[in-house]
Write a new protein. Structure first.
Lengths: 49, 383
């Protein structure tokens, strides 16, 4: 594979892959927050000094 | 007898004779470079934990006939022990994971995308490095300076271009330290006064301890399944973070972020310094690597701020574009830069927590970008 084909492939797949993976991760993180919400007790514990 | 004494005496001072001969000139220059690194680390406090051992390692490697980088030499032993097999950067990652609180990122998961935008400089620099004639694997190793993450740069370069390790590592750590100088002019040039004073409000605490505990496991699995070649990098960061969040292995967590990280940092720095031997280091390639590294961090910042502007526009002006500059791995320096710049134009604007979220996103993003690169290279059959 010549250098330009390699570079463009890496750039497109690299940028796209990084964005896609982090977008999926952000969805999974939102899901985690919904499935395991902060309970009122935990919320009170957090407010203690 | 006299002849034997004279022969014995000839061994003394041989290093000095070699250094001041024409062959020793590269070593002599590198001794000044090592002194410069020590000066930056000690007097200017630029990444002292790394520049001091790197500088001293460079000094040791450039004393002629000391042979510390030859088979059996101290620096060679350290290099073989933890650089050539990528162990040291991974051990440091456990410590980094143990130090970082990903809670701010979990409060606002969408901000993770800033961590992706902050990696675009890596890929644009890859194109530039290829254009300048570097081989494909050398270009990958140079481009990874744009991850603004020392251990990631060392991990990738030690595999694909070990002969560039000294230059890439020193460039990566130096530019990380220069974030507060490099980023602000770019941030100001790309944003309007109106954008710089956008207030983002405060983040409400909304993350449960269970979600924080499960976060490292989920990230390891998701990223490992998508880009398995990057699993050692992401897996070790998340191991450190899991130990931190589970709270039952406080001794291991403390050891990871203190004793292990400190010892490994010393060994890693010395071994990298050992790769800075004059004849190998003083090449036009080294200058190009430093230039490309600088371009990489500039492009990261440009991409981050432009992405911030896009999000600002899409959200109807609710996101301050300056936060985009924090989507790199230099933690927590980049977040502090955003806070300082924000308050420069509005003293009551508190962007720090949002920027810290983007900055932790940058930590994950940089590792993910490297993981994606490694997996793509593997898919292409190049590694």
């Amino acid at each position: 594979m010549d250098n330009w084909a390699f570079g463009i492939t890496m750039t497109i797949v690299g940028v796209g892959g990084t964005f896609l993976t982090l977008w999926i991760l952000s969805l999974v993180m939102s899901l985690l927050k919904k499935v395991f919400p902060l309970s009122p007790e935990e919320s009170k514990t957090d407010k203690k000094p | 007898m006299l002849e034997s004494i004279l022969r014995g005496l000839s061994g003394l001072g041989s290093g000095g004779i070699e250094l001041f001969s024409s062959q020793g000139l590269p070593n002599l220059v590198m001794l000044f470079v090592a002194a410069g690194l020590l000066y930056l680390g000690v007097k200017k406090q630029v990444e002292p934990l790394l520049l001091v051992p790197i500088g001293f390692g460079g000094l040791l490697a450039n004393v002629p006939l000391g042979d510390l980088m030859q088979e059996g030499g101290l620096l060679r032993i350290l290099y073989d022990m933890g650089i050539s097999n990528e162990l040291f950067p991974l051990l440091i990652f456990i410590g980094i994971g143990a130090m970082i609180d990903f809670g701010v990122l979990l409060e606002n998961p969408k901000i993770l995308l800033f961590g992706a935008a902050g990696q675009i400089g890596i890929f644009l620099t890859l194109l530039l490095a290829l254009g300048l004639g570097f081989t494909q694997l050398e270009a990958v190793s140079i481009a990874i300076i744009g991850a603004m993450d020392g251990p990631t740069a060392i991990y990738v370069t030690s595999q694909f271009a070990p002969h560039l390790l000294g230059a890439v590592s020193v460039a990566a750590y130096s530019y990380m330290a220069l974030v507060p100088i490099i980023q602000p002019p770019i941030m100001r040039a790309l944003t309007t006064q109106k954008e710089r004073v956008v207030r983002m409000g405060t983040l409400k605490k909304s993350v449960s301890p269970t979600a924080k505990l499960l976060f490292p496991i989920v990230v390891t699995l998701v990223t490992g399944l998508i880009a398995p070649k990057g699993l050692p990098l992401m897996g070790t960061i998340m191991l450190g973070n899991f130990m931190r969040e589970c709270g039952v292995v406080a001794r291991l967590t403390k050891a990871s972020e203190n004793e292990i990280a400190n010892i490994v940092t010393l060994f890693l720095g010395l071994a990298i310094g050992g790769t800075m031997e004059g004849k190998a280091f003083l090449t036009p390639q080294t200058l190009l690597i430093f230039g490309l590294g600088f371009i990489a961090i500039c492009l990261d910042t440009v991409a981050g701020v432009l992405f911030g502007k896009l999000v600002c526009w899409a959200s109807g002006g609710k996101v301050n574009p300056l936060v985009g500059a924090a989507g790199i791995s230099a933690y927590p320096m980049a977040a502090r830069v955003v806070q300082v710049q924000g308050q420069r134009y509005d003293k009551r604007n508190y962007l720090l927590m949002h920027a810290a979220g983007a900055n932790t996103g940058g930590q994950i993003g940089s590792v993910m970008a490297a993981a994606v690169m490694l997996s793509v290279l593997n898919g292409m059959g190049l590694i």
